[in-house]
Design a protein around this ligand. Structure first.
Ligand code: TEU
Ligand code: CA
Length: 542
């Protein structure tokens, strides 16, 4: 773990939806530059920039057509360089999104492969079908078929795409792919970026292309999750590239267990610095993420405690560009928006690990207010609808699933002001704004001394100056139906964090006695109020 970034407060920007500087309705790099002072005020140390590379936008930039070029609608390389230097002046580092499981089918490599160039064919995973059948029975992350005919149908060749068919998987058996990616990483590191968030990094190396064990979703996954081959690639990337820079990596690792995460991040193994795990994001679903069930706080507590105790260093997060908004999910649809947002922010800072926040979380943005699939842009949602239709699921039911789970819930434009288009753009926003921007926006929140941003800054500053919250061990001390409390302990001293995941008052358990240092409510109270958060200094140690 690079110690320079261990205690960074990281803020994720989804460029398309952050701030539009030129009125085309699409957020851009100059828009981000214009908000750097705002981010410095929040106390952000590192920005994780979702992809800004050239892309046909089948998956909003996660389909990269040129790893060394900036998407024209986001600006130019000169804009990017200016962003880096302006951020630097404010003490803010930038990490890039490194998407290396796949490229776009419009990447030059794939275009050459299709033109019959053997060198580039070997950059991708191209397999023969058998007797009119697909090469294997694997599933796809976007509710699609993962094999698409490659070239002349007579040849019966298919290419693998675990995501959209415009995202062909790279062939990590090929050392040339490895060298190309090293070169891409050096290109950005030489510019001065502080590292990478590595997209679905634990699935890049497939052990075999044999059929998988049939399962509800992602048949075949046992052949590619956290394989030895993947570990080797990560070790090599660390040794050949990362170690030469002051930079860090955070892996997006899907379907990982704590054991796998330990192997991916153990300092002595020299692979990744930290990983995003998903178990706590799955506490309100059945089986696959598209089937949401009622949120039960106990499931969230169980997942958090499990990861906090079984992995030495976590990434702490409740939101990103793929997940519905946390305040909607975990605080009754946002009924207690202000208290709920603060509680989740407080909790995120108090857990052991590096804290990550997603744009808009600091003002308690809620899920999008979409009324029909027409208003949704996300490819995943459209594919889910198709799949559900093919299963005979009726429209109102399909829509109900999609409305709750669509990734566009997190991608609605950032709400800056109560003015036209929330101050996001002077044009027409690419995705429908949440109409609640008239009251939920940065301006309004900043003007409120009791606002969410003020609370964010307070806990952020406290954490930065407090060794117990930074380095202390985690110990759960209470997990009731709605109340969750834990201690952070360092050298015989400790702090207690407590949350009430309920819109009703809850009895305060005895174990949380002490002096309240920070809370999202005014004044003392014997009971815990709706979505109350408290950081407590215990009177006496046990
Ligand atoms: O996401 C990978 C991933 O598995 C999921 O979080 C995904 O959003 C969804 O749940 C699939 O069922 C990463 C990126 O974060 C996501 O935005 C990209 O679409 C995806 O990889 C492909 O690059
Ligand atoms: Ca723009």
């Amino acid at each position: 773990m690079n110690p320079n970034y261990k205690h960074a407060t990281v803020y994720q920007i989804y460029p398309r939806s952050f701030c539009d500087s030129n009125g085309d309705g699409i957020g851009d790099i100059r828009g981000i530059i214009s908000k750097l002072d705002y981010l410095r005020e929040l106390g952000v140390d590192v920005i994780w920039l979702s992809p800004v590379y050239k892309s046909p936008n089948d998956d909003n930039g996660y389909d990269i057509a040129d790893y060394k070029a900036i998407q024209p609608e986001f600006g130019t390389m000169a804009d990017f360089d200016e962003l880096l230097s302006e951020a630097g002046k404010r003490g803010i580092k930038i990490i890039m999104d490194l998407v290396i499981n796949h490229t776009s089918d419009e990447h030059e490599w794939f275009i050459r492969a299709k033109a019959g160039d053997e060198k580039y064919k070997n950059y991708y995973i191209i397999k023969k079908g058998k007797d009119g059948k697909l090469p294997n029975n694997w599933g796809n992350f976007f509710a699609d078929c993962p094999w698409e005919p490659f070239g002349d149908p007579k040849n019966e060749e298919y290419y693998l795409h675990l995501f959209s068919k415009k995202q062909p998987d790279l062939n990590w058996y090929n050392p040339e792919v490895y060298s190309e990616i090293c070169d891409v990483m050096r290109f950005w590191l030489d510019k001065g970026v502080a590292g990478f968030r590595c997209d679905v990094i634990n699935i890049i190396y497939k052990n075999t292309f044999a059929d998988g064990k049939k399962q509800l979703a992602l048949t075949g996954k046992e052949h590619y999750i956290s394989t030895e081959g993947c570990h080797n690639i990560l070790k090599n990337l660390r040794r050949d590239v990362m170690d030469k820079y002051d930079a860090f990596t955070v892996g997006e690792t899907v379907m990982v267990t704590p054991d796998m995460a330990r192997d991916l991040t153990a300092p002595e193994r020299g692979e990744l610095d930290m990983v995003f795990a998903f178990e706590h994001m799955e506490c309100d679903q059945i089986g696959v993420k598209w089937f949401k069930t009622k949120f039960r706080p106990r499931r969230l507590m169980k997942a958090l405690t499990k990861w906090q105790t079984q992995l030495d260093w976590n990434t702490c997060y409740f939101e990103n560009h793929d997940q519905p908004r946390s305040v909607t999910r975990f605080t009754e649809g946002g009924k207690y928006r202000k208290a709920g947002s603060k509680m989740l922010i407080g909790l995120n800072f108090c857990l052991r690990g590096t804290p990550y926040f997603y744009q808009g979380q600091e003002i308690g943005m809620t899920n999008g207010a979409f009324e029909s699939l027409d208003e949704i842009m996300d490819i995943e949602s459209h594919n889910v609808d198709k799949m559900a239709r093919s299963l005979g699921i009726i429209q109102p039911f399909r829509w109900n699933l999609i409305k709750k789970t669509s990734r566009d819930n997190a991608r609605t434009p950032m709400q800056w002001t109560a003015g036209a288009n929330a101050g996001f753009t002077s044009g027409t926003p690419w995705l429908k704004l949440n109409p609640n921007y008239t009251s939920v926006n940065v301006d309004a929140d900043l003007a409120d001394p009791d606002g969410i941003i003020a609370f964010f800054k307070k806990v952020n500053a406290f954490k930065k100056s407090n060794e117990i919250l930074k380095e202390g061990k985690f110990r759960e001390i209470y997990a009731g139906r709605t109340v969750y409390a834990f201690r952070r302990e360092l050298c015989g001293e400790s702090l207690i964090a407590v949350c009430n995941f309920s819109g009703k008052d809850a009895k305060a358990p005895k174990v949380i006695e002490g002096r309240t240092l920070i809370s999202n409510y005014e004044g003392e109270s014997a009971v815990l109020r709706p979505y109350e958060f408290r950081l407590i200094s215990p009177g006496k140690e046990e």
